[in-house]
Design a protein around this ligand. Structure first.
Ligand code: HEM
Length: 415
């Protein structure tokens, strides 16, 4: 039996007959009669160990196919849970619940159990600007609702932590993880921790005593909201990418120069989807979805009158709600145009069949997402539409990631 790590196949671009066996597995096995065919491969694998008389070339750096599947399922579950966290976080923001818990503890806050506990918690909330300026006079029942929304979001985050750490420890101990995976696990774990800290750092900005006057609405900093959402998107993307790597490995293909250009365009589009999503976070953070509720014009104009109202001009891009909405619309339009071009080009180049499905999904989702955005605007940001638009951005990003993952192993080999 001969076992060969997948990265080796990618690196050496093995002939198609050999590749087909390798693509699906991190480790491929062969009967002794076929060994000779792979002797050339074996020669390259000097750092691997010859074990049995059937020539087992094994590397402690490679999980088996079965182990790889389990790792893929685990990372896929973490990705799904991150998706859930983004949706719950969005609902928490849209129901104005995010500032109801005024304290934070890394290992979990104890929920109030008795009537006295609840009243004490409510009293604490009353000391902060959101209650004083926005929610004065709400009942204890209303407070309980917003408190539970925020509590649910925090606990979901901790559940992700547990869902990540427990299997990671088991897989690590059982030797399922090679050194590259161990590094990744450490990075992902750190990112999960940072995500929680960033969440609290964001909430703190809404609790500070810095809101004065009627027009000054107590809310979290749009910069911190965008960072919290952005890092959630990064974490989700890493989990999804690694899960695809284990469950749906990309085909190794020799392709034309045009296909390589297409691959670069897909990478660029993925970046633009991410950028558009971050600009959306600024719209959400400044409640900029409520400043111009007409489409395609903004109060009858292509460019809003107050586009550069703040000085210095650079501040407008992150602090002026009109400019922030304008930028997000423009980026949204550009995203749709770009992804439609990707779809058109995908018909003209030779691609793996799954990549074609992914290109269809990306283009269709871009149109759905833009339509949801327009509807959110025209109906003055109702919670169900705004939440669907937010979830749609993750679906769109997932489709873009899937497409670029399918193209990952396409290589151009000059003749
Ligand atoms: C097609 C690419 C688009 C993507 C990837 C995208 C993504 C996003 C994201 C991630 C948010 C933040 C949601 C949140 O944190 O709650 C957002 C908010 C928003 N987007 Fe988009 N968007 C796109 C297109 C559009 C278009 C074309 C429009 C309208 C012309 C639009 C209007 C809005 C509005 C009004 C909000 C604020 C909603 C709120 O306050 O919750 N979007 N977008």
């Amino acid at each position: 039996m001969i076992a060969i790590p997948k990265f080796f196949c990618n690196q050496y671009l093995l002939r198609p007959c050999v590749r087909n066996v390798f693509q699906r597995n991190c480790v491929a096995t062969f009967k002794p009669s076929r060994q000779l065919k792979f002797s050339a491969v074996a020669n390259h694998l000097k750092s691997f160990k010859l074990v049995t008389r059937n020539v087992t070339i094994s590397s402690n750096s490679t999980p088996t196919l079965q182990q790889s599947k389990w790792i893929g399922r685990w990372l896929g579950t973490c990705a799904g849970m991150c998706f859930g966290a983004v949706v719950i976080g969005g609902l928490t923001r849209l129901t104005e619940s995010g500032l109801s818990m005024v304290e934070w503890s890394a290992f979990g806050e104890r929920p109030p159990l008795s009537q006295e506990d609840w009243e004490r918690e409510f009293e604490k909330y009353k000391q902060f600007p959101e209650y004083k300026q926005l929610k004065k006079g709400i009942s204890l029942e209303e407070f309980k609702f917003i408190w539970h929304m925020e509590y649910g979001h925090r606990m979901w985050g901790r559940l992700i932590g547990a869902m990540f750490v427990i299997p990671a420890t088991i897989f690590w101990k059982k030797g399922y993880l090679n050194s590259a995976l161990k590094k990744r696990v450490l990075i992902y774990g750190t990112l999960i921790g940072c995500q929680g800290l960033l969440g609290w750092y964001m909430v703190k900005s809404g609790l500070e005593d810095r809101f004065h006057g009627e027009a000054d609405v107590p809310r979290v900093s749009q910069y911190r909201l965008a960072s919290h959402l952005g890092s959630a998107f990064v974490l989700y993307s890493l989990f999804l990418w690694s899960s695809l790597h284990h469950l749906l490995p990309a085909k190794v293909m020799e392709v034309s120069k045009a296909a390589i250009k297409f691959k670069r365009l897909v990478h660029f589009s993925k970046g633009i989807v991410f950028l558009t999503a971050i600009s959306g976070a600024f719209v959400a953070g400044l409640d900029a979805g409520l400043v111009y509720n007409s489409y395609p014009l903004m109060a009858g104009r292509l460019l809003p009158e107050d586009l550069l109202a703040l000085s210095p001009a650079i501040r407008n891009f992150t602090e002026n709600p009109s400019t922030v909405q304008f930028d997000h619309r423009t980026l949204g339009h550009f995203t749709v145009l770009l992804l439609s071009t990707v779809w058109l080009l995908s018909r003209r180049v030779v691609l793996p069949s799954r990549a074609r499905y992914a290109a269809n999904a990306v283009a269709a989702m871009a149109w759905v997402q833009a339509s949801l955005g327009v509807a959110t605007l025209l109906f003055y940001v109702p919670t169900p539409l705004a939440s669907s638009h937010q979830a749609g951005s993750l679906v769109l990003l997932s489709a873009a990631l899937w497409l670029s993952h399918e193209l990952k192993n396409m290589k151009y080999i000059p003749k």
